[in-house]
Ligand binder design. Structure first.
Ligand code: GDP
Ligand code: ZN
Length: 329
């Protein structure tokens, strides 16, 4: 039996990399019958072109689906487009939810004139323990560091369109990433499958080429779970009077008592995500969408949405942590 990692899926074909050799495989009938889902990034055992077993995943990101990611590089631009802290915090919380370490990269450094963006970024995110990079894909600034961060890992780059993700990869790798994802909308309406692929960018670094992670709303968890994604807020929770305190309007809230120690933009983002989660909670109440939360902390959770018309069985294979969404095929 040979072990390898799926780097691309094309209809029924699974492309597996094993020791830098590429194998085109199909899925064993028995796995199909068990309705086993296979994703880009999955480590598999295969034999004679047939995938026999999917090995346990260390993490999984839906929409587009990819597993076993080492890190998320969250790319923002210091200008053009203007740095959006809400969006940045959204990506951070998203990576945190999926138990994937994140690195913050601020590109277009060449455009930052004497403003205080750099100071502000450091003052907010350094105390939270993030690796922070400033780069300019155009002027070549910070690219050695950027390369080093990617070294030996499988990374996902995320960030708003136009911040320079493709330019950064192109600048350090000599490959030529398409700068705008080609729309592959089919006639299947909103259930468009969006592909991703793991591509090597040099000897031992790989990135996931994705059309981007859209629709990152916190509409899949309960409002009182959102603070798990903000460590500087969560750390006070045990001292709040109410165990389900949302740290917004409650009395005797330890978070509110310590607001001076929490960055304002981070707290504002937290409130926005709680509001999204509240909308989700309402939906659960009124539209019969059930949520089963097996959550103890952000690293152990399974959330399953089940619509009243279309039910899917929850599947918990070994210790896989999977967030499944009926919209995600
Ligand atoms: P993506 O959508 O995040 O992949 O962004 P692209 O790589 O397509 O870049 C969007 C635009 O920003 C392009 O016009 C790039 O030339 C420009 N750009 C990318 N990196 C930099 C940079 O470091 N400095 C400046 N001034 N422009 C950049
Ligand atoms: Zn509180």
């Amino acid at each position: 039996m040979v072990v390898g990692q799926i780097f691309k899926i094309h209809s029924d074909f699974y492309y597996v990399n094993s020791d830098n050799r590429i194998f085109e495989c199909k899925l064993r009938e028995v796995l199909k019958k068990q309705k086993q889902k296979v994703f880009v990034g999955d480590n598999v055992e295969f034999n004679n072109g047939a995938i026999e077993k999917i090995l346990p995943r260390k993490n999984f990101i839906p929409r587009p689906s990819v597993s076993n990611i080492d890190q998320v590089i969250i790319v923002s631009a210091v200008k053009e487009p203007e740095l959006n802290f809400l969006q940045l915090n959204r990506y951070i919380a998203f990576a945190n939810y999926h138990n994937i370490p994140s690195v913050l990269c601020f590109n277009k450094n060449d455009l930052s004139d004497n403003d205080n963006t750099i100071e502000k970024v450091f003052s907010i995110y350094e105390p939270l323990g993030f690796d922070i990079l400033f780069t300019s894909a155009i002027e070549g600034y910070g690219l050695d560091e950027f390369k080093k961060i990617l070294d030996g890992k499988i990374s996902v780059l995320c960030g708003t369109s136009g911040v320079g993700k493709s330019s950064l990869i192109n600048a350090i790798s000599g490959i030529n990433l398409k700068t705008k994802a080609v729309s592959d909308k089919t006639l299947r309406g909103t259930h468009t499958t969006r592909h991703c692929e793991i591509i090597p960018i040099n000897d031992n670094s790989k990135i996931v080429d994705t059309p981007g992670f859209s629709n990152l709303k916190f509409d899949f968890l309960m409002p009182d779970e959102v603070d798990n994604l903000f460590r500087e807020i969560h750390c006070y929770k045990a001292s709040c009077k109410y165990p389900d305190c949302l740290h917004i309007h409650e009395t005797e809230c330890a978070v509110k008592a310590n607001l001076g120690k929490i960055d304002e933009t981070r707290y504002e983002s937290y409130i926005s995500f709680v509001e999204e989660a509240q909308q989700y909670k309402e939906k659960v109440k009124y539209h019969g969408i059930k949520k089963e939360s097996a959550q103890k902390n952000t690293h152990e959770k399974i959330s399953v949405k089940i619509s009243s018309q279309k039910r899917e069985k929850s599947r918990n294979t070994k210790k896989q942590n999977i967030y499944k969404d009926i919209d995600n095929e």
